[in-house]
Write a protein that binds this ligand. Structure first.
Ligand code: NDP
Ligand code: MG
Length: 381
């Protein structure tokens, strides 16, 4: 049995991971659950799955969780520092990283250094520090198994293939809820409109990133590091039905695609069961429901965040870290209706111009760049 530590168990990915585990009780067990502030759900999850340890990082909820779980064989800890112990505990086999944003980076680094397998949903980890994280994973002989559906697709297509024979990859994008809107209409959209994603049901931050296509930019950077590709080997293609999850083109011109219903429980299951496949107990694809699958080029004029992310990747160094921090601030501001759709883009552009660029960076520089960029971005909200 593989014992799982779920970072961010109360979120969209965390909850679906628990569903997958509940469906495969002989293969998986829950060792650790963590949340930031949703004490109510964390308590319910802990009472049901009885992990060895739970962490609530917002200490103001610690007493509530402790009192509710008193009498159960579950250790309750509070604060961000407790995440280090949670991911390095002897009983943990796989760390499923599903916290959102930059906050997910440090626990993943601790887990890698402790030799734990990583099932990675938190794409910001590789956006901010892809070079560092993939190097540490190689040094510690730790697998970084993608949970992001596009990256799971590419990972599955690459199984049994040689890296040198990969020509390029195509990352598919649904196009989000605003795919057909023009610039005038986009200037007026609200967070309420953006939170209605046509094909995926996800946490708030990634749903806004999907609407602005920033999510695809983050995913290109994530893919660059996960699969050791050059930026020019990665293309984005809009596929509104979200059935083809991504494709790999080989040197002979052959293309492999991975397909399935848009259901994150599938890539979550694969990341945890790899190299095995287990029975998926969820609805399966039916061609009758999808008479046509379509593909079109993304529009980086209406959706400039995609182009900004690609440019940040080409700049390298701490630029993706700066861009990511500015985006986190911008998305938060958009969610609270403090800026409009293109207001997010302006915050990111102005932060990139003002923040300190470093062509070479390590963890301490990323932490400082994230702090500086957040402070600059906040001044533009
Ligand atoms: P959610 O917002 O739904 O959940 C985030 C989880 O992380 C919650 O458990 C939350 O706790 C916890 N959390 C948030 N911030 C912090 C923090 N600063 N410190 C500690 N814990 C924190 O996000 P998603 O599940 O949608 O996404 C998680 C990650 O997976 C993101 O990086 C996203 O890009 C990626 N991803 C998500 C997909 C999806 O379908 N949802 C698909 C592909 C990738 P609390 O509930 O207490 O706030
Ligand atoms: Mg994705």
């Amino acid at each position: 049995m593989k014992r799982i530590a779920i970072l961010g168990s109360t979120g969209s990915i965390g909850r679906q991971t628990l569903e997958v585990i509940a469906n495969h009780p002989l293969e998986f067990g829950v060792e650790v659950l963590t949340a930031r502030s949703n004490s109510k759900l964390l308590i319910e999850q802990a009472a049901r799955f009885l992990p060895s340890m739970v962490v609530i990082t917002d200490n103001s909820h610690l007493d509530t969780v402790r009192t509710a779980l008193a009498g159960l064989p579950v250790r309750v800890c509070g604060g961000e520092d407790a995440l280090e112990e949670a991911v390095t505990a002897a009983g943990v086999d796989i760390v499923l990283a599903a916290m959102v944003g930059f906050a997910g980076l440090i626990p993943v680094i601790h887990a890698i250094k402790a030799g734990k397998q990583i099932a990675l949903a938190n794409k910001e980890t590789l956006v901010v520090a892809g070079e560092l994280v993939t190097r540490l994973a190689a040094e510690n002989k730790v697998g970084l198994l993608p949970v992001d559906s596009e990256h799971s697709a590419i990972f599955q297509c690459l199984t049994g293939e040689k890296h040198a024979e990969v020509d390029k990859i195509y990352i598919t994008a649904s196009g989000g809820p605003f795919r057909k809107l023009d610039i005038t209409a986009l200037e007026k959209v609200t967070s309420h409109d953006a939170l209605k994603h046509p094909t995926w049901n996800m946490g708030a931050k990634i749903t806004i990133d999907s609407a602005s296509l920033m999510n695809k930019g983050l995913e290109v950077i994530e893919a660059r590091w996960l699969f050791n590709l050059r930026p020019e080997q990665i293309d984005v293609i809009v596929h509104p039905q979200s059935i083809v999850h991504s494709l790999v083109q080989f040197c002979d011109g052959s293309i492999k695609a991975q397909m399935g219903l848009p259901d994150m429980r599938l890539p979550i299951l694969y990341a945890m069961s790899y190299p095995k496949r287990l029975n998926g107990l969820f609805p399966k694809f039916d061609f009758a429901g999808y008479p046509s699958l379509t593909f079109e080029a993304p529009d980086s004029v209406r959706f400039p965040n995609l182009a900004i992310a690609l440019e940040a990747m080409r700049s390298g160094g701490n630029m993706p870290c700066i861009m990511n921090a500015a985006n986190e601030v911008a998305v938060e501001a958009f969610l609270h209706d403090k800026v409009g759709f293109y207001g997010m883009t302006r915050i990111i552009e102005k932060t990139i111009q003002k923040a300190t660029f470093l062509s070479v960076a390590g963890l301490s520089e990323y932490i400082e760049s994230d702090r500086e960029a957040r402070s600059i971005a906040s001044s533009f909200v």
